[in-house]
Each structure stands twice: as C-alpha cells, then as structure tokens.
Design a protein around this ligand. Structure first.
Ligand SMILES: NC(=O)c1ccc[n+]([C@@H]2O[C@H](COP(=O)([O-])OP(=O)(O)OC[C@H]3O[C@@H](n4cnc5c(N)ncnc54)[C@H](OP(=O)(O)O)[C@@H]3O)[C@@H](O)[C@H]2O)c1
Length: 521
C-alpha cells in the first residue's frame, strides 16, 4: 500500500449495515479516497456486524479505517472498551487496512494485547493511535505525539483538537512540519477549516469530509463536494500557493468561489481559503505573523475585508512593507501581497473597482465625472474609497450619513459637503451612490433612499451586491433612472486582486458567472 498521499476519508456513520452500505456507495461515488467506518454509530454493535461492514467496505475498492470511538473522545454510543477492542480485532481479521484506537485506551494492557494480536495476523494492516480534545487545544500536543510514537512506533499518530480561533491551527501546522512519516494533525470546528484543507499540502496522512452536512461526524466537517469542487483537493500539493480572504464574519464571502474558479480556469496551482479572523488588530496581527513566519504554508496573497482593512494597513506599515499611496489616502488595505522574501505590500482595489463600475455604467470617461454632483450615502469603509475616487476625478461630493459626525469627518478630510441621512430631501445629485449596508440580504425590503427622491435624470449606483438588484435599484429603474449594480464593483475589484495575485488578467466571464451562481438570488 502507498502512503505518500493524504487520503480524503469519508466517515460512514450509520446505525445498521444497510445504512452503512448505502453511505459507502454514495461516498465512493462522490470520490472518497478512503472510508472511515464509524462502528460506534451502529445500534446493537457486535463483531459479526462489523466484519460484514468491513467486507462491504472492501467491495468499494477503497481502503477502510475501522473506528469504534470512545464516547469520551466523541463516540456516538457508550459501548464498553472491551467490546470496542474486540470489534477492532474482528475488523482486522476481516481485512480492514487500518484500525483507529484511542491512545488513552491502548495504554491498558488487556486492550493493547488484543489489538496487537489481531494486527500480528494481518501483516498489511496499520494501527492509528488517536487522541481528541473537543474542548480546545491539548495542554501539550508535542508530548502526546511523542508518547504515542514511543508507545508503538509502527502506529500512525492522529491528534485532533478543537480550534476556538483560527490562530489555534498554528500548533497543528507546526507539529506536521516538525515531524515526518504518516501522521495526522487536524483541528475541528469552523476555525479549524484551514487545517483540514492544508493537511494535504503539509503531508498529513488523512483528512476528513462528510458526504453531506447531516452525516458529518465532527464539528465543522466540510463536504466532499466542497473539498473537491471548491478547493480542488486533487490538485493541492506541497507547491500549492495559498491565498485567502480575511474577515469576520466571512461565511458569506463570494471571494473563495471566485478566486478558486479563476485559479482553476487558468490552470494555476493555487488555492483560496476563507480565513475567519475573529477579534481586532491583535488577532489580525497574530494571524498574519503566523502565516508569514511559516513559509511552508505558502501564503502569497490575502484579500482583507471588514473589520480588518485598517489593521492590514497598520500591519504592512509596521512590517516596513510598501503601501500604495492610494491605499494610504483611503486609510484601508484590502489586498496584501506576501513575497517569498517575507516582504509584504498593501493595496486597495475598491477604488478602482468602484470608479470602473461608475464610468462604465454611465458610459463616460473618468474625466466626465469632473464637476458632476454626487450624493454618497454612508461614511464607512466603502464610502471612503469611493469618495476618494470621486474627488480624484473632480466630482462635487455630498456625503449623507446616519451618524452625522462620521460624515463630517470624512467630508472635511476630502473637502466635501455633508449632511445627516435624514436630511436627504430632494433629487440633489446627478449620481447617487449607496455605500450603506441598507438593502443587503437578508434585509432586501429596505432602501436608504425614499423612492420619491429618485428622478429619471439621475443615475443610482448601489454598492450592495447581494442581491444584485436591490430594492433601491428596482425603484430607480422604475423611475427611469440609470442603474449600476454593486456586483460590477465587486467583479472589478476581484479582477484587480487577481491581477495583483497573479500578474495576469482573469477570465472575466468565469468571474461573472461564478458571482451570479454564488449569489443568494
Ligand atoms: N460592491 C463591492 O465590491 C463592495 C465592496 C465593499 C463594500 N460594499 C458594500 O458597502 C456596504 C458598506 O460597507 P462598509 O465596508 O462601508 O461598511 P461599514 O464601514 O461598516 O459602514 C457601514 C455604513 O452603513 C451605514 N449604515 C449601516 N446600517 C444603517 C442603517 N440601518 N441605516 C442607515 N445607515 C446605515 C453606516 O452608518 P453609521 O456610520 O451611521 O453607522 C455606515 O455609513 C456593505 O454592506 C457592502 O454591501 C460593496
């Protein structure tokens, strides 16, 4: 058997043999590279049942790990350790290639001897000795690893713990990096997602995917379809360059779908991950330092979104990296490029994305914006990039914001006028740009601009892109006004990021199609 791969294993977690058979067929059809028969899910567990299940697993042609997990380490049912050890011994006799036993129980002579005797009768089989922490990180993961390796050197150590924060994954990466041979180190939970994808890049022995969400056997487990479709698991190897989007929350982000599709379309050995960095500047910094210090992870570029764009600017500055002047003026970095020499640089693609959407939407050259009256609704990060862009182009900008002080601050910085959002009374501008989050999914029945204020001579640009046609844009269209969707800005800024990541143009039709396919509407 060849072990120089990271198996994508699918747990089979059924209460009876029929259910297990059907899950196995499904898993094999979905592209599983290995099955993990979770016999602790069986009702009325017995050795004969497990032997039959192993035979069924072998019919799929896939290698099988047989596990009968202790309830104290995440098992589904509270079966006695004696029975569980017998089940594993039976599985080995039936030809299972791997059995997974808890290291804590292996320490007991009786169970150890039973399993070792069965292993002696199946020379091709391997023992996985595992330890799990469902609450958080192990007290000393290195010590457990050494204990397992010392207790039975032929075993494959498997250490799985819960990441409470994405920064908890670094310990898993370091253990993989400092050890060799067959071993698995994985993090559970949403915060552990990157450990399960990068396991292959770092040479872990196995990673786990569910067939669908309800059959997941560990918190945060992804589906095999996500692994294979979205993250192109097959093409990940040690040379794969890693990219991602940092934000909090990040689950809604379209960036992984877009950039992975564009990387795939261009045949590039790159993967793009969602990076949920909870917390503020300190957590952001820890994450950035963590990925950049570990060159083997191969992080080369990062998109940055709420609430970390300001933190990204600070980070690049502190590292002595180059911040493009535009990003300095906007006060936000939404793209960080990491060179192989450890140098970082910061950019802002929102500006170009927004200006491109406006001039294309209005059918103008940039110079055509000079002197145009523009009402910007909102004074947050998006508004800031757009105000800078419009002011650079010579537009006359009036900023309306719910919190007037924020409008005042932004307006004073760039020489604009300002007012409270509730002071918006007449069709004061030729172009209205919504930079508030009002109207964004799921609040699709809201609009920041009363429809009576929209006239046919106006143009309305809504930066909200989910849905692509907001209530504001629908009402603008009904009033005969020109409309520009936030999707155009989003597509433009993603294309700019792709250029920064790869020094090449992305396929715009792939990008556009991916955005449309991924949106809720
Ligand atoms: N198309 C794109 O590529 C793209 C890129 C970036 C952002 N965006 C869009 O821009 C929106 C804002 O993003 P951001 O980064 O600027 O966020 P942000 O910095 O948090 O700013 C949010 C803005 O929305 C206002 N706001 C929020 N809820 C409101 C409400 N109920 N009524 C009135 N005003 C409200 C805030 O006003 P206060 O100051 O009073 O809180 C603030 O001006 C996002 O929702 C997103 O859809 C689009």
């Amino acid at each position: 058997m060849i072990f120089d791969m990271t198996y994508l294993a699918v747990p089979i977690a059924a209460k009876d043999l029929e259910g297990a058979r059907s899950q196995m067929r499904f898993a094999a059809g979905a592209g599983a590279e290995m099955l993990e028969l979770r016999t602790d899910y069986f009702e009325n567990l017995n050795v004969l049942l497990v032997r039959r299940a192993v035979e069924a697993a072998r019919e799929t042609g896939l290698p099988v790990i047989v596990t009968c997990r202790d309830v104290r380490e995440g098992g589904a049912r509270d079966y006695e350790t004696r029975l569980r050890a017998e089940v594993l011994a039976g599985a080995l006799k039936a030809g299972a290639q791997f059995v997974d036993f808890e290291y804590a129980n292996f320490a007991e002579t009786l169970h150890r001897e039973k399993i070792l005797a069965a292993l002696a009768g199946n020379s091709k089989a391997r023992l996985i000795l595992s330890a799990h922490d469902f609450k958080g990180r192990f007290e000393d993961i290195g010590r457990i690893y050494r204990q397992i390796a010392g207790a039975y050197p032929a075993a494959i150590p498997k250490l799985v713990y819960t990441a409470r924060h994405i920064n908890d994954c670094f310990e898993a990466f370091d253990l993989l990096n400092s050890t060799s041979g067959e071993r698995a180190v994985l993090c559970m939970g949403e915060a552990g997602l990157i450990s399960r994808i990068l396991a292959k890049k770092l040479g872990g022995f196995v990673t786990f995917a569910s067939v669908d969400q309800p059959t997941a056997t560990a918190p945060g487990q992804m589906t095999i379809e996500q692994f294979k479709g979205l993250y192109r698991y097959e093409s990940i190897d040690e040379k794969t360059e890693v990219y991602g989007v940092i934000g909090s929350p990040i689950g809604h982000s379209l960036s992984p779908a877009i950039h992975n599709a564009c990387f795939a379309g261009a045949g590039m050995n790159r993967v793009y991950l969602p990076l949920h960095v909870e917390g503020g500047a300190a957590e952001f910094e820890r994450f950035m330092d963590g990925v950049l210090r570990r060159d083997r992870l191969g992080f080369r570029g990062l998109s940055v979104t709420i609430p970390h764009k300001g933190h990204a600017l600070e980070f690049v500055r502190r590292r002595g990296g180059a911040v493009e002047p535009l990003a300095e003026r906007i006060g936000a970095v939404n793209t960080v490029i990491a060179g192989r020499d450890g140098r970082v640089s910061g950019y802002n693609t929102d500006y170009a994305g927004a200006l491109g959407a406006i001039v294309d939407g209005l059918g103008l050259e940039r110079a055509g914006l000079a002197g145009m009256s523009v009402a910007v609704l909102g004074a947050g990060g998006a508004a800031r990039a757009i105000v800078v862009g419009l002011c650079d182009a010579g537009a006359k900008v009036l900023i309306y914001n719910r919190t007037v002080e924020k409008a005042k601050k932004l307006a004073e910085e760039f020489g604009c006028a300002y007012a409270g959002l509730d002071e918006l009374k007449g069709p004061a501008a030729r172009l209205v740009v919504n930079c508030t989050s009002v109207g964004m999914y799921p609040h699709i029945h809201e609009t920041p601009l009363p429809k009576e204020l929209i006239t046919s001579g106006m143009a309305v640009f809504d930066t909200v892109y989910n849905p692509p046609e907001t209530l504001l844009l629908k009402q603008a269209k009904d009033a005969g006004a020109k409309t520009i969707s936030g999707m155009e800005m989003f597509i433009n800024q993603a294309a700019e990021q792709f250029k920064l990541f790869t020094h090449s143009e992305c396929n715009m039709s792939v990008l556009r199609k991916t955005v449309l396919d991924s949106l809720t509407f």
